[in-house]
Design a protein around this ligand. Structure first.
Ligand code: NAP
Length: 287
C-alpha cells in the first residue's frame, strides 16, 4: 500500500504558488481573498483558520468578514457579495458553508461573480466542467485536489472503473465529471443505491465522500484499488477518521489517502491555486 500523502503534495503546491504570488506582486498585483463567515459554526471556524494560514504561506492577502447570524439575511448578504464583485482589489470570494438556515444558500452562491468564485461552486463554473478538461477553470477545490493527488502518483484513470460514493454538488458530482473527462468509466452511488458493495467491489478507483465513519470495509474493496477517502468524521474519543476502515482497507488498496492528511490539505492548497488562477483570469494581459 502507498499513501496518497495530501499533506506532502500540498507543500509542493505551496512552493510553486509562493513564486506565482511573488511574481504577481512584482507586477504590482497583491492577490486577495475575502472569506465571508456568518454565524459561528465550530467546524467553519477551524476551516477558516487553515485557509488563513495557507494564504499567509503563499502570500495571498486574506480578509475575513464575520457577521453574526442575526445581523445577516439573504438580501443583505447578496449586497455584501455584490460590493466585493465590484472591488478590483479582491480576486477571490469564498462564502463559508454551511450558512445559517434562514439564509438561502443557492441565491448566495449565485451572487458570486464566476471569475471570483474560487470555491468553484457557481452554476457557471460547475456547468463549464461538463464540456471537457479544458473548461475546468475554477474547479471545486476538493475534486481538484483528488485529481492532483492521482496525477502526482501517476495513476492513469483512462479506461479505469471509477466508483464515487456520494453525489453532493461540491464533491461527488464534480469529481465524477472530472474522472469522466479523463476517460474513466464512472458510477455514481448515493443513499438510494441498492447493493452499494456490488459497485464498490468493481472499482479500480474508489472515491468515498459521504460522512459516515466505517461505511466502507475491506470486503467492499477490490484488491489493488486506489482509494480516496474524502469523509471527515469525529469519533467519540475525538479522533478524526474518514469513511473507510483505514486499517483493513489499506491492506487491500494499492494507494489510499489518510484521514487526516489526505484530501483536507489538498482542498486548501487547491483553494490557493484557484485564487492565483482567478488573478490571471481577471488580468488577461498577464498571461
Ligand atoms: P453531503 O452533501 O452530506 O453528501 C453526502 C452524500 O453521501 C450524499 O450524496 C448522500 O446521498 C450520500 N450517502 C449518505 N449515506 C449514504 C450511504 N449509506 N451509502 C451511500 N451514499 C450515502 O456531504 P459532502 O459535503 O459531499 O461531504 C461528504 C464528506 O466529505 C463529509 O464527511 C465532509 O465533511 C467531507 N468533506 C471533506 C472535505 C475535505 O476537504 N477533506 C471537503 C468536503 C467534504 P443522497 O444524495 O442520496 O442523500
Amino acid at each position: 500500500m502507498n499513501l496518497l500523502d495530501g499533506k506532502f503534495i500540498a507543500q509542493e503546491m505551496y512552493t510553486k504558488l509562493q513564486s506565482d504570488a511573488a511574481e504577481l506582486k512584482n507586477k504590482g498585483i497583491q492577490p486577495k481573498l475575502v472569506i465571508i463567515l456568518v454565524g459561528d459554526h465550530p467546524a467553519s471556524l477551524s476551516y477558516i483558520k487553515s485557509k488563513e494560514k495557507a494564504s499567509q504561506t503563499v502570500g495571498v492577502e486574506c480578509e475575513i468578514m464575520k457577521f453574526g447570524a442575526d445581523e445577516m439575511d439573504t438580501a443583505k448578504l447578496i449586497e455584501v457579495i455584490r460590493g466585493l464583485n465590484e472591488d478590483d482589489s479582491v480576486h477571490g470570494i469564498l462564502v463559508q458553508l454551511p450558512l445559517p438556515k434562514h439564509i438561502y444558500e443557492p441565491d448566495i452562491i449565485k451572487a458570486v461573480a464566476p471569475q471570483k468564485d474560487v470555491d468553484g461552486f457557481t452554476a457557471y463554473n460547475l456547468g463549464k466542467m461538463f464540456l471537457s478538461t479544458r473548461f475546468e477553470d475554477l474547479a471545486p477545490c476538493t475534486p481538484l485536489g483528488i485529481i492532483k493527488m492521482l496525477e502526482h502518483a501517476k495513476i492513469d484513470v483512462e479506461g479505469k472503473e471509477a466508483v464515487i460514493v456520494g453525489r453532493s454538488n461540491i464533491v461527488g458530482k464534480p469529481v465524477a465529471i472530472m474522472l469522466l473527462n479523463r476517460g474513466a468509466t464512472v458510477t455514481a452511488c448515493h443513499s438510494k443505491t441498492v447493493d452499494l458493495s456490488a459497485h464498490t467491489k468493481r472499482a479500480d478507483i474508489l472515491v468515498v465522500a459521504v460522512g459516515k465513519a466505517g461505511l466502507i470495509t475491506a470486503d467492499m474493496v477490490k484488491e489493488g484499488a486506489v482509494v480516496v477517502d474524502v469523509g471527515i468524521n469525529r469519533t467519540e474519543d475525538g479522533k478524526l477518521v474518514g469513511d473507510c476502515d483505514f486499517v483493513t482497507v489499506s491492506k487491500k488498496a494499492s494507494f489510499i489517502t489518510p484521514v487526516p492528511g489526505g484530501c483536507g490539505p489538498m482542498t486548501v492548497a487547491c483553494l490557493m491555486n484557484n485564487v492565483i488562477k482567478a488573478v490571471h483570469k481577471q488580468n488577461p494581459s498577464l498571461s
